[in-house]
Design a protein around this ligand. Structure first.
Ligand code: NAP
Length: 533
């Protein structure tokens, strides 16, 4: 490859989050350049530095497994690490494995153009870098682009407006302020109890109440750490064999086989299990059987009613319109308890939606709220957001934006027909947040890197997938989604978190073992569904 004005590389990696960082390491024998939009490594854990940001999977699991020394050396201070510790870990890994020399920070990729003559991608970045490379790996994350609903009047509000995914590095002091908080998903539930301790008053604008269970976070005890360090290798293997790549206790009995007393005991144990998500696996059929699911929903509603003292507030906080687990279960620390504080008011914006911002605060269909600051935790243009914002031109000059106009199409979540040599990690129609993302990201990077190694060994110039194979994958994704309760909830999984967004079901919910086997089998069967040239 020789092209004036373009430097050449073998592989461009987009994004220095956890998957992108591992991709740099795994593919270090090639000439690798990584472009990152932020000033630092860590992706999600670089951007989401809002108060209370914390992982909801045990840190001994939610960490890299590719290097035994790394996992033996590193010490997690808590069971569920807070954002600063996760960012510190990302920086440690970047330094320890010499990744920084490959990364160009504050330099997002703006455009990718496939050069059919060269069988290579031309990469254009915001800082004016031009790279010609054979392969591109988009490790752009599935929760990258903040969703900011188009409320009128934002510019007229005289106070400060924040989005949790773009939190100021120096933090925010809410002391003595009247704060409006919009969004009661996983993010809002973590941030609000901390903000409530500072603010003069916190107004919680809730459209849909969330199911939430306590995280049970605590300092990591020495015995737990010793036990994990003694068994890391085998536990990492076991994780990949579980539905969500996480060692929760997967219940084997149907809720219908248990007496009411047995159910209550099992659910109580799950609630206090200190293992996030245990409620969803308390019985074998919580995620697949509506009646079994409703038993768990009612258990959580009873918990809410027992925690929140004001009955009207408790009732408003009880989710009734969708199954538990249909959206990602929220894991909190004192969220429901927060509503017992005198300085917290719950505002129902389902019955009276937010109509506009005005200079002194927020207006809903029912009234006005004077505020000094407004925090939005309104989620993300998830899964497709980061890919859609780059101008990506594939074979014949066709754009990804056009191809995905009605929703994303992929084969195995990894490639898109007509966009050769372009791989995605955690792309649309992969398990995404349904499976622990560091470990499954590592697995996807290895799978992708093995394909690249194999292509190089065989002297192949180009790998693509067919539209027929995309259709087969779409069928599989849809089939597994109709077997779960996910189909009954509107969320970022099915593109229904943003008005007008098209996409259908964008997450693979058939479980990680099935996903992994289908990916491996396709390669093993002579690259079934791919075309190699
Ligand atoms: P989210 O789950 O999409 O929640 C967004 C919230 O904003 C919802 O309550 C939504 O209400 C509300 N909202 C959006 N537009 C609105 C509008 N126009 N008016 C009123 N309310 C509006 O986003 P998130 O909380 O940032 O979480 C996204 C994902 O990030 C999670 O599912 C999880 O995978 C990940 N996450 C993980 C952790 C963790 O590991 N601990 C923490 C945070 C996030 P509706 O429900 O009515 O749409």
């Amino acid at each position: 490859m020789n092209s004036p004005d373009f430097e050449t590389a073998d592989i461009v990696i987009i994004g220095a989050g956890f998957s992108g960082m591992y991709a740099i390491h795994r593919l270090r024998d090639y000439k690798v350049v990584c472009f990152e939009a932020g000033d630092g490594v860590g992706g999600t854990w670089y951007w989401n530095r809002y108060p209370g940001a914390r992982v909801d999977i045990e840190s001994v699991e939610y960490s890299y497994g590719f290097d035994e020394e790394l996992q033996q050396e590193w010490q997690w201070p808590e069971y569920f690490s807070a954002q600063p510790d996760l960012e510190r870990y990302a920086n440690h890994v970047a330094d320890r494995f010499g990744l920084r020399k490959h990364i160009r920070f504050a330099n997002p990729v703006e455009k990718l153009q496939f050069d059919e003559g060269e069988n290579a991608w031309r990469v254009f970045t915001a800082k004016g870098d031009r790279v010609l490379c054979k392969y591109v790996i988009a490790a752009t994350g599935s929760l990258t682009i903040p969703n900011i609903p188009p409320w009128p009047g934002r510019e007229t509000f005289t106070g400060d407006i924040y989005h949790t995914a773009r939190w100021p590095e120096e933090g925010v002091d809410f002391s003595g302020k009247r704060v409006g908080f919009i969004g009661t998903g996983s993010t809002g539930i973590q941030a609000m109890p901390i903000i409530a301790e500072q603010a003069e008053h916190l107004y919680v604008f809730q459209r849909t109440p969330a199911y939430c269970m306590p995280s049970g976070n605590r300092p990591l005890d020495a015995e737990h750490e010793r036990d994990w360090k003694a068994h890391y290798a085998q536990r990492r293997e076991q994780m990949l064999d579980t539905y969500g790549a996480s060692l929760v206790d997967y219940g084997v009995r149907s809720a219908h086989e248990c007496t009411p007393q047995e159910r209550e005991a099992i659910l109580e144990q799950a609630w206090h299990s200190k293992s996030a998500f245990q409620l969803l696996f308390a019985f074998s059929d919580v995620m697949t059987d509506a009646a079994a699911n409703e038993i768990v929903c009612e258990f959580v509603r009873c918990k809410i009613r027992s925690i929140v003292k004001d009955p009207a507030t408790a009732e408003l906080l009880c989710p009734t319109t969708y199954p538990i687990g249909g959206k990602r279960l929220c894991i909190g620390n004192g969220y429901f308890e927060m509503f017992n504080r005198d300085n917290v008011t719950l505002v129902d914006v389902r019955s009276a939606p937010i109509t506009e911002f005005y200079e002194a605060g927020l207006r809903t269909a029912a009234g006005e709220y004077e505020l000094d600051a407004i925090v939005t935790a309104t989620g993300f243009d998830a899964v497709t957001g980061a890919m859609s914002r780059m101008a990506i031109e594939g074979v014949g000059g066709n754009t990804l934006a056009d191809k995905w106009a009605e929703g994303p199409t992929t084969y195995l979540g990894a490639m898109v027909a007509g966009f050769p040599n372009l791989f995605m990690i955690h792309g649309p129609a992969t398990p995404g947040a349904q499976a622990q993302m560091i470990t499954t990201g590592e697995w996807q990077v290895n799978w992708t890197a093995d394909i690249i190694d194999d292509m190089e060994r065989r002297g192949c110039a180009r790998i693509d997938v067919t539209e027929a194979s995309e259709a087969v994958w779409a069928e599989e994704v849809s089939m597994v989604s109709t077997q779960t309760v996910h189909q009954y909830a509107d969320s970022w999984y099915n593109a229904k978190n943003i008005e007008g967004k098209k996409g259908g079901f964008m997450i693979y919910v058939g479980g990680f073992p099935r996903f992994r086997e289908l990916c491996d089998a396709a390669v093993r069967d002579g690259y079934r569904g791919f075309t190699l040239a």
